[in-house]
Design a protein around this ligand. Structure first.
Ligand SMILES: [Zn+2]
Length: 430
């Protein structure tokens, strides 16, 4: 009997060690072979009003991951092209070490919440994400991620559930999500569901065209699009190729057709997953794929003034340390000290219109607030310009004296009725 217990105990230790990570704490070497070129971004003004926003999240990608990738790509990354950098504290409402659900909710909705909660406050109230705010302003919206669409980070932008594991429930929020251009994985949660709902069918009714592989995605020409490219997460970079950067480029071109601009969120979703596994080679490939996508966005933003690009992470994963390497050869020697997330501040990089707001040290929730403020400021400017034109027109036709006070009174009460924040803005304009 005693022998049995001892055997169980020994096996328990072995099993925990095996599932935690086969390479935890061991030195790992990665060598890039052929490095990739990086973009030289244009000299764009930070003072332009913010019309378009591209919000890019490297899941689990901390400063050490970025510096390691910089050495491995022989001393360069597209991230070098960002003129503004800051850092964000990632703690969540009930833990000092966050997860992708609470951190995703902070980045999407601007509120700290409890670990595991998606799009809800700690007491369970629904929170609006930047997708909803942008759509309310008349902007188009997009999402490109390399994971299952029900994964915690993308889910934080459209779903509201108390537990991140409620994948069926998360998927059921998609048809009413207000995302105009969606590229992700996760087909298995949209069809043959326990509740019998056909999410793709419902999305068709909402005006989406559906793409189920890369060829169908590339053939799409505009309108609302839902491209679901895998049953779960997308494959590793070696297999999926440049689908992320191509999808993002397509999204930028399609969404920019809206004169009011757009908001798009992009996630390098699987950096975190490779770091949890302590797989250095795979993690490097995921970071490079994300950085190449950043290059595509930088190039686009350089020729489209009024575009704000923000790159950040939800948290750090794996306790990565660079022990040494060779920048000329593109070789790095690293080890992971854990298979989990840690406390280290998340990097924030900003480029283009409104970028200067992102310098300093702040909370992860402030990133959402800064983006929202920048988008609102632009909308408010346009409104007041429209109002000025309207008043000028009324003056020209001799109606100014009667019409303006009436318009002001109506606008005043409309703003008061619908939105307190618009009401405040209205008073400022008045
Ligand atoms: Zn993680």
């Amino acid at each position: 009997m005693r022998f049995k217990w001892a055997a169980c105990y020994v096996w328990g230790i072995v099993a925990v060690t095996m599932t935690a990570s086969p390479s935890l704490g061991k030195e790992q070497i990665f060598s890039i072979g052929k490095d990739y070129p990086v973009v030289k971004p244009g000299d764009v003004s930070s003072d332009e009003p913010v019309k378009n926003v591209v919000y890019m999240i490297g899941d689990g990608m901390g400063f050490s991951h970025i510096f390691t990738a910089w050495v491995a790509n022989k001393g360069k990354l597209n991230l070098d092209g960002f003129p503004v950098a800051g850092m964000a504290r990632t703690w969540c409402a009930d833990k000092v070490i966050t997860d992708s659900a609470a951190a995703g909710t902070a980045l999407a909705c601007g509120s700290k919440t409890k670990k595991g909660m998606v799009g809800l406050s700690p007491s369970g109230e629904r929170l609006d994400s930047l997708i909803v705010h942008a759509a309310d302003m008349g902007k188009s919206t997009g999402m490109v991620v390399t994971c299952d669409v029900t994964d915690a980070t993308p889910a934080s932008f459209f779903a509201h559930v108390p537990k991140r594991t409620m994948a069926w429930d998360i998927a059921s929020f998609l048809p009413a999500s207000r995302i105009d251009f969606l590229v992700a994985g996760g087909l298995s949660k949209l069809q043959k569901r326990p509740d019998g709902r056909d999410i793709l069918g419902e999305m068709k009714k909402e005006g989406y065209s559906i793409a189920l592989d890369r060829a169908e995605l590339e053939a799409s020409t505009g309108g609302r699009l839902c491209a679901i490219l895998a049953p779960g997460h997308l494959a590793h970079p070696g297999e999926r190729g440049d689908v992320m950067s191509k999808a993002v480029k397509k999204g930028l071109d399609v969404l920019a057709r809206n004169k009011k601009g757009f908001f798009m969120v992009v996630e390098g979703s699987k950096i975190d997953k490779a770091a949890h596994k302590n797989d250095l080679g795979l993690m490097m490939e995921e970071i490079f794929d994300f950085d190449r996508t950043i290059g595509v966005v930088l190039q686009w933003a350089s020729s489209h003034p009024g575009t704000l690009v923000v790159v950040t992470a939800d948290h750090n994963t794996g306790g990565l340390t660079l022990l040494g390497g060779d920048k000329e050869k593109g070789e790095v020697i690293c080890h992971f000290s854990s298979g989990e997330h840690n406390e280290a501040a998340a990097p924030v990089f900003a480029f283009g219109a409104g970028a200067e707001k992102f310098t300093g040290i702040y909370e992860n929730t402030d990133i959402q607030k800064k983006i929202l403020e920048a988008m609102k400021h632009d909308s408010a400017r346009k409104e007041s310009r429209k109002k000025a034109c309207h008043q000028k027109h009324l003056g020209e036709v001799g109606l100014e004296k009667q019409a303006v006070p009436l318009a002001q009174i109506t606008g005043f009460f409309t703003a008061l009725y619908f939105r307190v924040d618009l009401f405040v803005e209205y008073c400022t304009i008045l």
